[in-house]
Design a binder for this molecule. Structure first.
Ligand code: MEZ
Length: 565
């Protein structure tokens, strides 16, 4: 009686008042959530009532199901608590417990799966995982005439794309040309290969680069704003496209994807975990077995399956298996990034490559799971050690920047920036809201807060500003210094490297087909995004992940649609 269902019952409500008259079993909890909104109001109206500093109804996750956090028959639990230490309590059986990824998945898994009736449905194409690649593949396949079902094991869609802060790398775009920025897909190939330590699949990198400009046009055609540009590490031009003001790219794109899928009536199901990819006796893909939160096990027969289930940087055990030294590092990933998509494909013969290549992002916010975007450095911030000195080119590749931080005695560092840099990147205001930023009216004041020698920090900033004026950074050879570090306010963020991206995964060819261990395509199986290996080699460049999801999501969607025809 203490859970939400009990409270509703005490208020004379029946089961049908929330679940609808038919009491239909629905893993996405659509009817239930519609009822929540009817009685309690929309996200926007609830957000406007709250005066708290951190407003759960105004989150970067967008308008997710109410039942993501509010539970009728078990204790409610704030999803935000997985990543943030807000200690958010939910009225009526709220929990403040921090979760780890495994635990979250157990809670969303069905209890009666083994006893559930087996039902069979049909689709042309099933897409596994509703992150960026999954949405793009689904929209593309749908627009090519295929009947698509998009399945997501988590209670919300968006995957890691939802958390993407930076932007999408694309070369020779209309937007770059309008700003007079010289860029070339051939340069993008070269820099992506160099960043990946030449271990990338060159043919995939060429596709990534030469189709990147089209990918941005595609996003704009869906309604996305990609009008701002910034530079990411390891590249020579402002190639990272993002929404105006430097807003985080992920929440914006996922909102656009959700709207486009809804407009097309694409069947998107949350709380729906694929537990097996089905094949016939010749190894051709015939569909999937799904474990729905309420429905239990059921089958969807399909002529093709697209695996876009993402990477595994949130899976401690898997990371520990491939890279024991990274097991205890914090992860910037959403809790569902646990790698089942790789295992599902491997079980039906897919070749898996580069699994030990796990990217460590240099700047996670102190002890948190919050990623402080590379675009903060791209906007002009410097990295300073505990002695108050720069120690690395801030726009080098992530592997090198992380290694340079790990080489410091404290294994942590600070981002230091001034007022203009803060104003140029709206995400910094978000870090201020989250309490990650220290600020002061003077360099001396900031140095005291950081616990670094004031005279050294002042000399570091003066020398960086001199490099800005001279357009030459003799000590660290940073190529792009877009802004000086100047007051009236100075800011610092304490940062620590953390797990961010898994470069390995299933091998694909240029058509997005999954390649088997014997070197031929697994018939009917396609893949795109972080579940695949090969595109990024041994180190991914910042901004290339969204390009990967869009370019290869489109390829997988189009190839699968052509195949089912
Ligand atoms: O591509 C990324 O991972 C990226 C740009 C992240 C970030 O630091 O913002």
């Amino acid at each position: 009686t203490t859970f939400l269902a009990g409270i509703h019952k005490k208020n004379q409500m029946s089961c049908a008042d929330c679940h609808g008259k038919s009491l239909a079993v629905d893993d996405s909890e659509t009817v239930l959530n519609k009822k929540c909104v009817e009685c309690h109001g929309t996200f926007a109206s609830l957000a406007s009532k709250k005066k708290e500093h951190i407003n759960p109804h105004k989150s970067h996750l967008g308008e997710v199901n109410c039942t993501t956090c509010h539970k009728g028959h078990t204790a409610s639990k704030a999803y935000c608590n997985y990543c943030h230490s807000f200690g958010m309590k939910i009225p009526a059986m709220g929990s403040v417990e921090q979760s780890n990824s495994k635990k979250w998945i157990q809670e969303t898994a069905p209890k009666k799966s083994d006893t559930a009736k087996t039902v069979t449905e049909r689709a042309d194409i099933v897409v596994i995982g509703a992150g960026g690649a999954g949405y793009v593949a689904s929209i593309t396949a749908h627009d090519a005439g295929a009947k698509v079902i998009l399945l997501e094991k988590m209670p919300i869609t968006g995957g890691n794309s939802m958390l993407a802060a930076g932007g999408i790398n694309a070369a020779a775009t209309r937007i770059q040309k309008e700003r007079g920025i010289q860029d070339d897909p051939a340069e993008m190939v070269k820099e992506t290969m160099k960043g990946g330590r030449e271990k990338n699949d060159l043919e995939l990198v060429k596709i990534l680069s030469y189709r990147s400009s089209d990918a941005v046009d595609f996003l704009v055609s869906l309604g996305a704003d990609m009008s701002d540009l910034v530079r990411s590490g390891g590249v020579h031009a402002d190639r990272t496209h993002r929404p105006v003001g430097g807003a985080a790219v992920g929440p914006h794109l996922v909102k656009v994807y959700r709207e486009n899928a809804a407009k097309r009536n694409i069947d998107v199901r949350v709380n729906s975990e694929v537990v097996k990819i089905l094949t016939d006796k010749n190894g051709r893909v015939t569909g999937v077995q799904v474990k729905g939160k309420h429905r239990g096990l059921y089958t969807i027969k399909a002529k093709a399956v697209i695996d876009t289930a993402g990477g595994f940087a949130a899976n401690n055990d898997l990371v520990g298996f491939y890279k024991p030294q990274f097991k205890e590092t914090a992860s910037s990933n959403q809790p569902g990034a646990t790698g089942e998509g790789v295992v599902l494909a491997e079980k039906i013969g897919a070749k898996v490559i580069d699994m030990e290549q796990i990217q460590i992002h240099p700047t996670m916010g102190g002890e948190t799971k919050v990623l402080v975007s590379e675009t903060v450095r791209g906007s002009g911030a410097i990295l300073v050690n505990h002695a108050g000195k720069r120690f690395v080119n801030e726009l080098t590749t992530r592997d090198k920047a992380s290694a340079a931080i790990f080489a410091q005695p404290e294994k942590t560092a600070f981002l230091v920036l001034g007022e203009d840099i803060r104003k140029s990147n709206v995400q910094i205001d978000g870090y201020i809201e989250l309490g990650l930023v220290q600020e002061s009216d003077s360099i001396e004041g900031l140095a005291t807060k950081m616990g670094v020698p004031a005279a050294t920090l002042a000399a570091t900033i003066a020398s960086y500003n001199k490099a800005y004026d001279a357009k030459n950074d003799p000590e660290f050879k940073r190529q792009d210094i877009p802004r000086k570090i100047a007051g009236p306010k100075y800011y610092s963020i304490w940062v620590k490297p953390g797990r961010h991206h898994t470069m390995g995964g299933v091998k694909i060819n240029t058509e997005g087909q999954v390649i088997s261990t014997n070197g031929t395509p697994v018939v009917g199986l396609y893949a795109a995004g972080e579940v695949t290996g090969g595109v990024h080699g041994w180190n991914r460049l910042g901004g290339n992940a969204i390009t990967d999801t869009v370019v290869f999501g489109r390829i997988a969607g189009a190839s699968a649609a052509k195949f089912v025809k």
